[in-house]
Write a protein that binds this ligand. Sequence first.
Ligand code: PRP
Length: 187
Amino acid sequence: MNGESKMYQDLDRILVNRDEIREKVKELGKRITEDYKGKSPVMVCILKGACMFFTDLIREVDLPLSIDFMAISSYGKATKTSGVVRVLKDLDQDVLGKDVIIVEDIVDTGVTLSYLMEMLVHRGAASLKVAALLDKTARRKVPDLKVDYVCFDIPDAFVVGYGLDFDQKYRNLPDIGVLSPKVYGDA
Ligand code: PRP
């Protein structure tokens, strides 16, 4: 898909283009390969937003890793205040004694991630790290949340593309863009 796709008309601007993404993902893959030398980490994709980042990233990690998937429900505002996250699809494998890397598309308030981390520590993961494509630190509500690997620090804007959605759309855009307010209105 190129920039002539109609979906691009709904963007104010492109924030991170596909070449920049590819380069950063490659770099991150190298770092993980070095950091986990001699280990076989379990890389966990948090559906759905992280799907593209995940499939690109794991192909840049030269280790005998395994993959798994989790889907988390969002209760909208209720989630943000209660901090409770519901697991819609759990991992297939037991993470007891394993080196786990959570792969997220974006860390926003940090509520989802802190809940997930607590859960996986509780299940006895030997180590736990987080790789996030985007970090929106300005929105953080969970203090001291440690995101080990971040590709891009971004401003507080409504971003879509490369897995990220608005109303389940725009995930298939190859670039990450700022969605025009005319599209989401008061959402
Ligand atoms: C997004 C993202 C994180 C979470 C981050 O998921 O993938 O899981 O929100 O927000 P937080 O830091 O404020 O908790 P979303 O609920 O949009 O689902 P999706 O990945 O299926 O699009």
